[in-house]
Design a protein around this ligand. Sequence first.
Ligand code: MN
Ligand code: MN
Length: 322
Amino acid sequence: MTDDFFHPVSGFDLPRYAGVPTFMRLAHVTPAHPRWAEVQVGLIGLPWDGGTTNRPGPRHGPRQLRDASTMIRAQNGITGVRPFEALRCADLGDVGPNPADLADTMRRIEVFYRDVRAAGIRPLTAGGDHLCSLPVLRALAQDGPLGMIHFDSHTDLFHSYFGGTMYTHGTPFRRAVEEGLLDPARVCQIGIRGTAYDSEDRDFARAVGIRVIPIEEFHARGPEDVMAEARAIAGSAPTYVSYDIDFVDPAFAPGTGTPEVGGPTSWQALWVARLLAGVNIVGADLVEVSPPFDTSGQTAFLGVSILFEILCAMVPGAAEST
Ligand code: MN
Ligand code: MN
């Protein structure tokens, strides 16, 4: 790189609370921008929670995550990875939703991500509720089904809600499997817990061959062992990473709509993301941060810290640093 256009604004140059907040203090690059074609990783906001079935609010996620992300510095404190020097990163803005029309919003998201993919940009998304992942997968899986490593306390594999509603934040990966966007044999779901409606989602996972690692197994084996299995399941083929903040225990991440107790700590939440290094990540998201329930702001800060770890894992050769 011959200039610092794709480098974040440093806190040495401008205090972190000052300036217009973009994701990680990166340049805001829209498709019409002359440097659009140079972007390698694009951070994108999806301010939409039309699929939420319980407490809402993730539509406000991208704005708060941008603000919290001004705390992110250039270097990973543990691995030493400097992602903004290895990859040309930019804030691609938000996809404007239609909050009154679910199908129209999913179409808008898919159209935008098709452009992103066509430009060779890997998207790193800040949601939004978990239904956001479905139109993203529709855009990214055009050459065939993807693998997926999915952190969540829920499988999001239910068939339908409320007597036949097919599109909620509890159904995106059921639809993605049905639509051929995911290869179930290369999908691993980690952290599943909580009371359940029934076993319909887990039965579906078993029937199609999705590996579910429930929380009791996660705690018994630990992050290193579980993530070694997850990386083996994903293999070397293109893989999507989907990270629901409710994977983390609500003691550390209270600002979400469907919290489930008994989960990983904030330390483990970052650790598993770091252990994604080596996976062929074609895109990733961090969803379900709900600012109205995040009164301290700690959920958003954890969220952007997870996004930073995922970004570091997307750096070529990152596996050698971990
Ligand atoms: Mn979810
Ligand atoms: Mn969840």
